[in-house]
Design a protein around this ligand. Structure first.
Ligand SMILES: [Zn+2]
Length: 261
């Protein structure tokens, strides 16, 4: 391969990944997960709201908004701030939302040391949920997504293969709300700004999977959630939850396809 072509391919890859991670649609269909062919496609004209990193003191307000608006969502939970709202796990399940898995402590340096450390951390989370007797889906969102700068592709691939072997499905997103200040803006980001960004980034998308956070200090996310829901209702969208059967959006598979590994 000559140098110019190599450079073009590399530039295209970076552009694709950058755009995708920012929530811009770059592929028309969902990406097949690793080794998991029998999955259910997301329903067209349906929004999947997802909340990462909680529960925290913000979760209660978000649950209230979802209840008032009659909308179900998916929560990728941690144990990090569990003391702020210990009943949250049960409350999420009781209200018919999907309780899914993120990690135990969200400490990148510990999580991604090697392919075993994430598994160990995830095991601590599932053990705690089992102990609480709270039902959860075998559905995981990796901290930072399935392709991130905190872990090497080799480690991520090993983690994904292990998750697959253990019967877990893994799910990223296609619309980042930026409620956690992705561009370094001071927190909290005004609710209107978050809602406008989601509206802009989901334009033309049939199945927006929106990344939000129910962790502290993103205190404007409950109000942003209300505005986001109202926007999608006006646009004629329905709402649904993700399950372990949902056909995933997976950055890693996209990267695998593009690099033809
Ligand atoms: Zn996270």
């Amino acid at each position: 391969m000559n140098i110019q072509r190599k450079f073009r391919m590399k530039a295209r890859l970076l552009l694709f990944l950058g755009a995708f991670l920012l929530g811009v649609r770059v592929v028309s269909g969902p990406v097949q997960p690793l080794g998991r062919q029998e999955s259910i496609p997301l329903a067209p004209k349906t929004v999947y709201l997802t909340f990462d990193d909680g529960p925290s003191r913000n979760t209660e307000a978000i649950l209230k908004v979802l209840e008032e608006e009659g909308v179900q969502a998916t929560f990728f939970v941690t144990l990090r701030d569990r003391e702020e709202f210990p009943d949250a796990y049960q409350a999420i399940a009781d209200q018919g939302h999907t309780l899914a898995l993120h990690c135990s402590q969200h400490d990148y340096s510990r999580l991604y040391q090697n392919s075993h450390t994430y598994r160990k951390d995830l095991g601590q989370l599932t053990a705690a949920l089992d102990q609480m007797g709270v039902p959860y889906e075998k559905l995981v969102r990796l901290p930072g997504g399935s392709l991130n700068q905190e872990a090497s592709p080799r480690t991520l691939e090993a983690i994904l293969r292990q998750l697959n072997q253990d019967g877990y499905s893994c799910f990223d997103w296609n619309v980042s709300s930026g409620d956690d200040g992705e561009d370094g803006s001071p927190l909290p980001i005004p609710a209107e700004e978050i809602a406008e960004r989601v509206a802009r980034r989901s334009e033309g998308l049939l199945t927006p999977v929106v990344l939000l956070h129910d962790s502290y200090p993103f205190s404007t996310t409950p109000e942003a959630t209300r505005q986001i829901i109202r926007h999608f209702k006006e646009e004629g969208y329905s709402f649904d939850v993700l399950t372990s059967e949902s056909r995933p959006i997976l950055f890693f598979s996209l990267w695998e396809q593009m690099t033809q590994r």
